[in-house]
Design a protein around this ligand. Structure first.
Ligand code: UD1
Ligand code: UDP
Length: 359
């Protein structure tokens, strides 16, 4: 391969999913590139399963950094990414979102020649307690190219003084990923039968964010609120549980209400199928707020802030915090809402727009 023009840096489940349309477009368009996996996520169910199902080649580099304290983890990634940039000399480094892997890619690129491109730029929760908020602000300010999913994100970048020449509204690549896999999910996924679920007759829960699941009171509040609503409405809840949450659930010795069924993290096709057929999604995930909105499933977000306000503005999502009574009230308000809003995250051509802008 000629000198790679692009180096994708990724490390976690949502980055693999949201960068997959870009990597596949590079393969289709014969654009030279390398994929650098930091190894932030390494469990099969958060990592390998997505490479396989999204038809991505094995990463060119796997730094194998693993879990650690934030500073140590990010520093090890920067060191590894710097060596790759030295060896490969790409023209552009592409990072996505707000994880420690994205921050490490941004810092490594900023210290060297390549330009830095940030996919999903301009999201803001304005909650500086969240590590993700600090990461996304730093990455946006370091980036040469800020690919904002919506006009609102572009407006937020402008408000921080980021030059308009660096910003382009492209839509979010999650729309590309969902539209490329929605029909395949219908064709291939048996998840409803496997878990004995009727379309429209169950709720989907995901909670993994540090500020929720590392805090026993907040985590217990989510379980209690969702459990109470499910009991009252006589429906089951499926909770594909992230390993971080599984660990703290055990460490805090929290009890899981009867209607909530814990399952291992799911692959993308199974997860999309559950999201599409759930009567309601309850989540603290950024990606799940977007996907529920795209798929027409009402959503309740168990956080105090969201960097996806577009979903709330159009009536697809409601922000309720983690108090049980607020979760029940929010779920009651959302559960029968028809999913007739229009998707605010673009038309599914974000990846091509981003590549055209870079090349
Ligand atoms: C990270 C991101 C978060 C993103 C999430 C996606 C940061 C600061 N956080 O959070 O923004 O929403 O990924 O899922 O970058 N673990 C495993 N197997 C793995 C990875 C992690 O068991 O493959 C466990 C370990 O106990 C680890 C814990 O999960 O300590 C947390 O992992 P980490 O990557 O630090 O953060 P996430 O919670 O996954
Ligand atoms: N997801 C998945 N299986 C699961 C849970 C989530 O495939 O069991 C996908 C989901 O479709 C979305 C992404 O993971 O695209 C969201 O990742 P996560 O919630 O871990 O991170 P966040 O989006 O909050 O950063």
């Amino acid at each position: 391969m000629a000198t790679p023009r692009l180096a994708f840096v990724l490390g976690t489940r949502p980055e693999i999913i949201k960068l997959s349309p870009l990597v596949r477009a590079c393969l289709e368009r014969a654009i030279p590139h390398v994929v650098v996996h930091t190894g932030q996520h390494y469990s099969e169910s958060l990592d390998a399963v997505f490479f396989e199902q999204l038809e991505l080649p094995t990463p060119t580099y796997d730094l194998g950094v693993g879990s650690d304290d934030h500073g140590e983890q990010t520093a090890t990634m920067i060191r590894g990414i710097e060596s790759v940039l030295e060896a490969e000399r790409p023209a552009h480094v592409v990072v996505q979102g707000d994880t420690n892997s994205a921050l490490a890619g941004a810092i490594a690129a900023s210290k060297r020649d390549p330009s830095l491109a940030h996919v999903e730029a301009g999201l803001r929760s304005f909650d500086r307690e969240m590590p993700e908020e600090i990461n996304r602000v730093l990455v946006d300010h370091a980036a040469d190219h800020c690919f904002a999913p919506t006009e609102e994100s572009a407006r937020l970048l402008a408000a921080e003084g980021i030059d308009g020449d660096r910003v382009r509204v492209t839509g979010n690549t999650i729309v590309d990923a969902v539209s490329q896999h929605r029909d395949l999910a219908t064709e291939k996924s048996d998840v409803l039968a496997e878990h004995d679920l009727e379309p429209g007759a169950f709720y989907l829960l995901t909670a993994h964010r540090a500020e929720n699941v590392d805090d026993p009171e907040r985590f217990a509040g989510i379980l209690e609120g969702v459990g109470a609503f499910a009991t009252r409405t006589d429906r089951e809840v499926v909770y594909p549980i992230h390993p971080r949450a599984r660990e703290t659930l055990a460490a805090f010795e929290l009890s899981v209400p009867e209607p909530i069924r814990l399952v291992d993290p799911l692959d993308f096709l199974d997860f999309l199928t559950l999201e599409r057929h759930a009567r309601l999604a309850v989540t603290d995930s950024g990606g799940v707020q977007e996907e529920a909105c795209i798929l027409g499933t009402p959503c309740v977000t168990v956080r105090d802030s969201t960097e996806r306000p577009e979903t709330v503005d159009i009536g697809a999502n409601r922000l309720v915090g983690t108090e049980p009574s607020a979760i029940v009230a929010g779920a009651e308000a959302m559960v029968d809402r028809p999913g007739t809003w229009s998707n605010p995250f673009g038309d599914g051509d974000a990846a091509d727009r981003i590549l055209d802008a870079l090349l």
